[in-house]
Design a protein around this ligand. Sequence first.
Ligand code: R5P
Length: 291
Amino acid sequence: MDVIIPASQGILAYPISRKTGIQLGYAELEKLPDGEKYVRIPENVDGKQVYIVNSFAHIPDELIIETLFLIDTFKELGAKKVIGIFPYFPYSRLMRRFIRGEAAKLKSVAKLFKVAGLDKMYVVDFHQRDFDEIFDFEVVDITAMHLLAGYAKKNFQLESPFVVGADEVAEYWAEIVARELNSEYALMRKIRIDAENVVVDSVPKEVVNKDVVIVDDIISTGGTVVQAIKALKAAGARRIYAACTHPALSNEALKMIYHAGIDGIVGTDTVLSPISYVSVADLISESILSS
Ligand code: R5P
């Protein structure tokens, strides 16, 4: 018998439980006055396969610790397998050390999950393509791009669509959206100055008079999309839209994007936000049912 447990940011456990028929379970999770986490699993998980749902946005470190406690406790209580459903996985943008002495954060998180006893995880639009090098357990990466494209088709005014990937990493996603929209795609070139500032130094010339959909996996500070909007407007694009899987939207990101003149924007519910119009619950459920 399988059981699915919503952790602090695990609201997707409810629709996934309904769709898959996996029994919904419960874990007591509390933040203590001194900032520590309290975790208790009241039910019997001996011999069961346990799914933990948590999306690590906004407070990744706290959620990672909570998840490690859950994995470790489930294993100690005799769970046969522990499987993570982690729609938004943090620290994924830095795969390896670029500057001497800097922490290889993704690698460290991967090791911690392995040591705690995680057997497998489901993620959605993971930032890196070659994650097999990093994780020492099975990873199922699901893309939500065709759902985002479906939303764009219905809700954006796309008379003459053109897809622009926010940078070179976005090619995989831009290609999927372009195929669904029956359009061409091209990539911008982006130079990151620091966490909040980027320079877009090359815009595809095909955007003139086109309705452009900017495609990215994550919108965090909004710096990338804001600079993209400015560059696309200057290059003669007609309407400008944005679609992302993970609307992490820190600080004033959304306000800045609207001020820059976006005509429409959509994200999924891997991170709950005011633009999470598309749900990945069915996608994840189907992936679980087919594996
Ligand atoms: C980076 O390579 C990612 O794909 C996104 O482009 C990036 O995370 C966006 O971040 P921000 O919104 O802070 O510019």
